[in-house]
Design a binder for this molecule. Structure first.
Ligand SMILES: Nc1ncnc2c1ncn2[C@@H]1O[C@H](COP(=O)(O)OP(=O)(O)O)[C@@H](O)[C@H]1O
Ligand SMILES: [Mg+2]
Length: 299
């Protein structure tokens, strides 16, 4: 079953389409990385799923039911834009307010449960405004986790976090899916981080889904490449172009794609008098995959 299934979804603002015939499929239990440049329609999609916006047309199904179904709505938690907390109230008081709004039972127990998940059990009495950005984001996630949602929607939750903050966030998200069986939809443009946790990706461009792909599929499709430096980059480029199909000079490096052995590249260059000063062999990661997909016109 799919946690989210969207078909032919359109949404316009003042006659301009933010989403047009958009589709999306998010499998249950996945961490779905939602990628796209600014203004491509990520937040709009998330707000539509959460019912914060009304679509022009199209279909949104959550766990097989229409997204307006009251039974299904209570299974969705979201952090879009900011946590909506009262700055002068404590972490605990903010969570209590939300729990009351949701009509939850066993409120104290539930608050401790979510604070444990976001690793903030020791910070319950701190005022929200005194929390670091990383803590605020985690409180936002804790708020979204109240009532044990089966689907969590997070809009750019790792933006602006430091390395440590990102690591904790990663651990929390994996924990939420592995331990609690929750499905997570997370939009981000920090692809290197997303790549460490996402099981599926959806790439959106100008309000349309360009590609949906599982991390496994991406890994198996990923092209092998060699990246290197020499003294005379232009001369080396010519020598490589004469011998290899896919050669690119960019970002101060020469890239040779689809080569089995780095040695063959080094030999080719040596024959032409180029000494390699730095070389690595790698597989195309999410960042490169994304750049290549976009440069192909996105189809
Ligand atoms: N409330 C709004 N009113 C008018 N235009 C909007 C509104 N929300 C979003 N848009 C427009 O819709 C497009 C998609 O925006 P958004 O979904 O926020 O993109 P993203 O989250 O991918 O950066 C943009 O062109 C944006 O300007
Ligand atoms: Mg956005």
């Amino acid at each position: 079953m799919n946690a989210i299934e969207i078909k032919n979804l359109s949404k316009s603002f003042r006659g301009m389409y933010a989403l047009k015939d958009f589709h999306m499929t998010v499998p249950v239990g996945s961490i779905y990385g939602f990628i796209g440049e600014n203004g491509s329609g990520k937040s709009t999609t998330e707000k539509l799923i959460c019912g914060h916006l009304v679509p022009d047309s199209g279909e949104i199904k959550l766990f097989g039911k229409d997204y307006t179904d009251a039974g299904v709505r209570v299974r969705v938690g979201a952090l879009i834009e900011n946590a909506g907390c009262f700055p002068s109230s404590s972490v605990y008081a903010n969570l209590k307010m939300q729990a009351l709004n949701l009509g939850l039972k066993n409120i104290d127990e539930e608050i401790h449960r979510v604070l444990k998940i976001v690793r903030m059990e020791d910070s319950i009495n701190i005022k929200f405004k005194s929390c670091s950005l990383g803590m605020k984001q985690r409180i936002g996630i804790a708020m979204a986790l109240l009532g044990s949602p089966a689907l969590l929607i997070l809009d750019e939750p790792i933006n602006g976090l430091d390395t440590d903050g990102m690591r904790i966030m990663r651990e929390i998200l994996v924990d939420i899916t592995k331990t609690y069986g929750c499905t997570v939809l997370i939009s981000s443009h920090i692809l290197g981080e997303l790549e460490k946790i996402a099981t599926h990706y959806g790439i959106i461009k100008q309000g349309q889904m360009v590609q949906e792909i599982s991390a496994k599929e991406m890994e198996s499709r990923a092209r092998v490449f060699v990246r290197l430096k020499t003294q005379d980059m232009k001369g080396a480029e010519s020598a490589l172009i004469a011998n290899f199909k896919n050669v690119e000079l960019r970002d101060g490096y020469l890239f040779v794609y689809d080569v089995e052995k780095a040695e063959t590249v080094v030999e080719t260059l040596l024959k032409d008098g180029h000494v390699v000063s730095e070389i690595t062999k790698n597989k195309v990661g999410l960042e490169e995959y994304y750049v290549q997909l976009m440069s192909k016109g996105g189809k």
